[in-house]
Design a protein around this ligand. Sequence first.
Ligand code: GDP
Ligand code: IMO
Ligand code: MG
Length: 475
Amino acid sequence: MTVTIVGSQLGDEGKGGIVDVYGDAADVVVRYQGGDNAGHTVVFEGDEYKLSLVPSGAVRGKVGVLGNGCVVNPRTLFDEIATLQEKGLDPNVRVAERAHVILPFHRILDGIEEDVKSESDQEVGTTGRGIGPTYEDKAGRRGVRVGDLLDPDVLRERLEYVVPQKRALIEDVYGLEIDDLDDPDALDVDALFEEFREIGERLEDRNMTVNASAFLTDAMSDGQNVMFEGAQGTIIDIDHGNYPYVTSSNPTAGGAATGTGLSPGVIGDGEIIGIVKAYLTRVGSGPLPTELGGVVGDSPGYDESTEGRNEELAEDIREEGGEYGTVTGRPRRVGWLDMPMLRHSARVNGFTGLAINHLDVLAGLDEVKVGHSYTLDTDEHSSSSNRNDSRSDDGEELFTMPPTTEEWAKCEANFRTFEGWDEVDWAAVAEDGYDAIPENARAYLDYIADEVDTPIYAVGVGPGREETVVVEDPF
Ligand code: GDP
Ligand code: IMO
Ligand code: MG
């Protein structure tokens, strides 16, 4: 059977940890989208493993697959495998021949485009890993696929087509000199050919490339359990998230089918688990109706003059939850749980179960709030005579996210307040089970499960494998 792990919010919900918790029964762990923009953490016996590209099942010695929906930077893949080997693991990673390759110029273009956008405050706050530019080339039918690295003639042909276009883009559109870039070789066909042909040989020597669809179908025919490890989250999905403040792939459950070559029926026959952080964090720009405090540069319209939005509380949660970017160390934006967001997420993904993480982080607060619904704070749309019916009226109470980011930005959260719960011995709670969770915290969890009509499968009460209350094992 299959179990699909999906981020229900804005990423960093603790997906890696849940993959690890349920990973014992899995034989293969598969990433189906994204690339090394992800940062997934597994904590086991005091050791912390940070994974960007290698599926988190590596910590338990499971076979990892990077599906065709992924974008793969081979440099970071090999570096990460080496780092994990130094930690005593032996990652067995297969890469789909249909997956697209992040080439060095994709990172450069990611940086240039963010710089240009920042001049008019439109930057997304990407991870700078070249994710967007690589998916652009995939959709533009000028990308280089992993399979292309195995055939020197095809690789050269692809590079000779795409590289001059990128040079022209950088020089003629952005007005930059290639020779002034940190790495001019990133736009040199011969240098790229040499490096990536050698990478192709390495992938071949290590028998790392596969037809993911056939590989996974065979595994399932052999009775193996397959786990899909979504990266990012539903609200930064390119279709279902708050465009344009999104990543360039589909973290939502449907992506597990298109991103691997297994049918939607296979994915739908399995379990789809929504990973929920008990509050919200966001890296980068875009609206956040339940935001507490703000991060200058990321929170729209927030600067020193707009202070007075519960900064202290935001700081407490940020410190307690260690909410700083894994790569950049920049503070993550923090907010209360947002139910319209979760209702949208549950509908889009068809969750069969929820794993609610970080319950321990909220312990010790007098009260815990939840954005239960929104009130749309504008009369702009209602005054329009030929208004589309999907648009909401001023003052209307909304229970799900509106489809446009502009409308979402005009939503004010209507809060419900829950009584707080004390800090307890969470490891003991994890051992004793759901009923050992403090009563007020259970009221909070039960409310979430009721609102999205989905049972709770697990509750995270700390970062470690043993700090999870397992209610249901999906396998
Ligand atoms: P992912 O990208 O969804 O895999 O999540 P990240 O690894 O980026 O961020 C989650 C962070 O919270 C990591 O440092 C985890 O070790 C940690 N974490 C996960 N679950 C819990 C939990 O229930 N409680 C606490 N305190 N930390 C958690
Ligand atoms: P995991 O898998 C949180 C965000 C970036 C930016 C936007 C686009 O660890 O949950 P990109 O580099 O993908 O083009 O950036 O998406 N973002 C994430 N935020 N967790 C992630 O991954 C993210 N991956 C991308 O901050 O706002
Ligand atoms: Mg992360």
